[in-house]
Design a protein around this ligand. Structure first.
Ligand SMILES: Cc1ncc(COP(=O)(O)O)c(C=O)c1O
Length: 346
C-alpha cells in the first residue's frame, strides 16, 4: 500500500515557488466557497464545540430525507464520502471476496478493498467510459460488490440511465452490492443521467454515495452520506464510530441544504465555466471527454511539463499520471479569472 499523497499545503507550495498566490485546480473543490449562511451557522455552532456532536446526525438526516424522498433510516452520514467507502468495506468485505472496480477510478475504492483483505478485480475503462459489459463479465459467485462512479473521477463521464438499469437487471435475483458514487451528482446536466437515490426502491442492493464537499463547498469539514435500504444502513451503522461527523460539519451541511440559492449558484457557475473552458480548449485543438463534473480530463502532449508551466504561473492542476491517465491533465473548473489565465497559457 502507498499512502494517499494529497500534495503539499497550498501556502507552503506557493512560498516555495515565490508566488503570492496559488489557485488550486487539482482537487475539484468549489471555487465559490461555502454559502454565507453556512459561515453563520458555523459561527453559531462554534460556541458548542465542547459538546459531543449528535452521533445519529438526526437533524441532518431528517433534512436530507425530506429532500431526497427517502426515510431517515435509509441514510448514514459520514466524515466525507471517503469514510463511507471505508465503512462499506468494513461492513461487507471479507478475505476471499472479490470487488469489481473500474480502472482507473477514484483511488480509495481499491484501497478500501485491499484493506478489508478482499481482492479488487479491475475492470479497464473503455476509452473514457465505464465498461459495464466488462464489469458484468467479471462478476462471479465470489463478487461481494461492484463499485461505480458517475460522474466518473477522473474522466468526468457518466453512466446513462438505460445502460445502468440494464446492468442492474442483468445482475439477477441475488446480486452483489452496487456502490454508486455520485459525488459530482449536481454538476451533471445530461437528461439521461439517472438519479441513483430514485433507484433504491427497485434495487435494494444499491448504495448511493454523495457529498457536501463539492456542490456545497464543505470539503474542509468532511460531510458525505450514503443512501441505501434501512437494512444496509443498519450494517453500516454497526461499524461506524459513534461521533464520526463533527458538530460544525453537521451544522454547516444543514445550513447548506437550507440555502438553495448558493447550491444553484454553484451549479450554474460550474456549468457556465465548464462550457467556457471546453470551448476554449477545443479552439486550441485539445481533446477531452465532455465533462459532466466540475473538472475536465484533457489530453496533452507533455503533461508533466505543462503542469509545471501552469504551476509556475500560479495554477495547480493534477497530472493525469497520478490518477491513472498519463498524457492528460485533470483540471478543476475555477473562477473566470483562473479559467482565462489557464486558457491563456494553454
Ligand atoms: C468520486 C469521488 N468520490 C468521493 C470523493 C470524496 O468525497 P468526500 O470529500 O466527501 O470524502 C471524491 C473526492 O474527490 C470523489 O472524487
Amino acid at each position: 500500500m502507498t499512502p494517499y499523497d494529497a500534495g503539499k499545503p497550498l501556502a507552503e507550495l506557493a512560498a516555495e515557488l515565490g508566488l503570492p498566490e496559488l489557485v488550486r485546480l487539482s482537487a475539484n473543490e468549489n471555487p465559490l466557497g461555502p454559502s454565507p449562511h453556512v459561515l453563520d451557522a458555523i459561527a453559531r455552532e462554534a460556541a458548542r464545540v465542547h459538546l459531543y456532536p449528535d452521533g445519529g446526525a438526526v437533524a441532518l438526516r431528517d433534512a436530507l430525507a425530506r429532500r431526497l424522498g427517502v426515510r431517515p433510516g435509509q441514510l448514514v452520514v459520514g466524515n466525507g464520502a471517503d469514510e463511507l467507502i471505508g465503512l462499506v468495506a468494513l461492513a461487507a468485505f471479507e478475505p476471499g471476496d472479490e470487488v469489481v472496480v473500474p480502472q482507473p477510478s477514484f483511488e480509495p475504492y481499491a484501497t478500501s478493498v485491499v484493506l478489508a483483505g478482499a481482492r479488487a478485480v479491475l475492470s479497464p475503462l473503455a476509452g473514457y467510459e465505464t465498461d459495464l459489459d466488462d464489469i458484468r463479465r467479471k462478476v462471479s459467485g465470489r463478487t461481494k460488490a461492484v463499485m461505480l462512479c458517475s460522474p466518473h473521477n477522473p474522466t468526468a463521464t457518466i453512466i446513462r440511465k438505460a445502460p445502468l438499469l440494464a446492468f442492474l437487471d442483468a445482475l439477477g435475483a441475488d446480486p452483489p452490492l452496487v456502490v454508486l458514487d455520485e459525488a459530482y451528482y449536481d454538476f451533471a446536466d445530461d437528461p439521461e443521467y439517472p438519479n441513483g437515490v430514485a433507484l433504491l426502491a427497485r434495487y435494494p442492493r444499491l448504495i448511493v454515495l454523495r457529498t457536501f464537499s463539492k456542490i456545497a463547498g464543505l470539503a474542509g469539514l468532511r460531510v458525505g452520506y450514503a443512501a441505501a435500504t434501512a437494512e444496509t444502513c443498519d450494517r453500516l451503522n454497526r461499524v461506524r464510530a459513534p461521533y464520526n461527523v463533527n458538530r460544525l460539519g453537521q451544522a454547516a451541511a444543514l445550513a447548506a441544504l437550507e440555502d438553495g440559492e448558493h447550491w444553484e449558484r454553484t451549479r450554474r457557475h460550474v456549468l457556465e465555466e465548464r462550457r467556457f473552458l471546453s470551448e476554449g480548449l477545443q479552439k486550441r485543438g485539445y481533446t477531452f471527454p465532455p465533462s459532466q463534473a466540475n473538472f475536465l480530463l484533457v489530453k496533452v502532449p507533455d503533461a508533466a511539463a505543462l503542469r509545471d508551466k501552469l504551476l509556475h504561473a500560479g495554477l495547480l492542476v493534477r497530472d493525469g499520471a497520478d490518477v491513472g491517465f498519463p498524457g492528460h491533465l485533470r483540471i478543476s473548473v475555477g473562477l473566470r479569472e483562473a479559467n482565462e489565465k489557464l486558457l491563456g497559457i494553454l
